[in-house]
Design a protein around this ligand. Structure first.
Ligand SMILES: NC(=O)c1ccc[n+]([C@@H]2O[C@H](COP(=O)([O-])OP(=O)(O)OC[C@H]3O[C@@H](n4cnc5c(N)ncnc54)[C@H](OP(=O)(O)O)[C@@H]3O)[C@@H](O)[C@H]2O)c1
Length: 231
């Protein structure tokens, strides 16, 4: 009976076809937003950059090309199926609260790392809800929040000479359809795998790990990411 149950489980490497989805990026004019937009648009996805200033979004979108559009954050959220939050931690709560209505029914991907910096380097900030992703989930009861893209370097995403990024994107969330979709989105970036890494309550250590990666980067002058073994 046990063997049968294992055979009935869905193949973890079988990911949905997401080619019909539109991807929005809130704070899409920033480093991370531009980098993700560049890669997804190159892979043929429909991408909308959001900004507090739609003219800025338009200008950045034009620069990226590949039919990327630039709109206000509200229009970006409303016009997308999957919406990435890519604003600084300091702006996270207010941005999410402001967009709550526009984000209803969407998959919301949070890549925000709550980090502080002092003379010793980067360190994780404590978040009352547990993590940035859990804060978003608490503020967005009618969206499906997924944590992902926390470790993928904007420098590598933006470097057109980097054809493939050898990294795993850890994808965390409480609904399989949503995490599968985001894993497929990660896999659109050449070289990247999207790996399911647990429920949203475990997002805190994923966000915090970025502080370790920043330490690695400072010592080795690298743009370190994460690659899991034996998966
Ligand atoms: N950079 C990376 O390599 C990297 C990697 C993984 C994860 N992340 C995470 O991704 C997020 C964005 O990082 P980033 O480097 O792209 O940051 P960023 O360039 O400093 O900011 C991103 C965008 O957020 C918007 N923004 C800035 N301040 C804001 C405010 N007070 N209120 C509302 N929107 C504001 C701006 O867009 P508009 O002015 O156009 O509205 C800005 O272009 C961060 O939370 C970071 O932890 C970054």
């Amino acid at each position: 009976v046990e063997r049968q149950e294992v055979a009935d489980r869905p193949d973890p490497f079988a990911l949905p076809d997401i080619s019909a989805l539109t991807i929005g990026i809130i704070g899409g004019t920033g480093e991370q937003g531009r980098g993700l937009a560049l890669r997804w648009a190159a892979a043929g996805m429909r991408v909308i950059l959001g900004s507090r200033d739609s003219a800025r979004a338009e200008a950045v979108a034009r620069d990226i090309g590949n039919d990327v559009r630039g709109l206000s954050n509200v229009e970006c959220a409303e016009g997308s199926d999957v919406v990435v939050i890519a604003v600084p931690w300091a702006a996270h709560r207010d941005t999410v609260v402001e967009l709550e209505r526009s984000l209803r029914g969407r998959i919301v991907v949070d890549c925000v790392n709550p980090l502080g910096f002092d003379r010793l380097g980067a360190y994780p900030l404590s978040v009352p809800e547990g993590s940035a992703a859990q804060q978003a989930a608490a503020l967005l009861p009618d969206s499906r929040v997924v944590a992902a893209f926390n470790h993928i370097s904007a420098v590598l995403l933006l470097d057109v000479n980097v054809a493939e990024i050898t990294a795993d994107v850890l994808v965390l969330g409480d609904e399989r359809e949503a995490t599968d979709t985001v894993q497929a989105l990660a896999a659109m970036i050449p070289g990247v795998r999207g790996i399911y890494a647990g429920r949203l309550r475990n997002a805190c250590q994923v966000e915090a790990l970025t502080a370790n990666l920043i330490s690695v980067n400072r010592r080795y002058r690298s743009h370190a990411g994460v690659r899991l073994t034996d998966v």
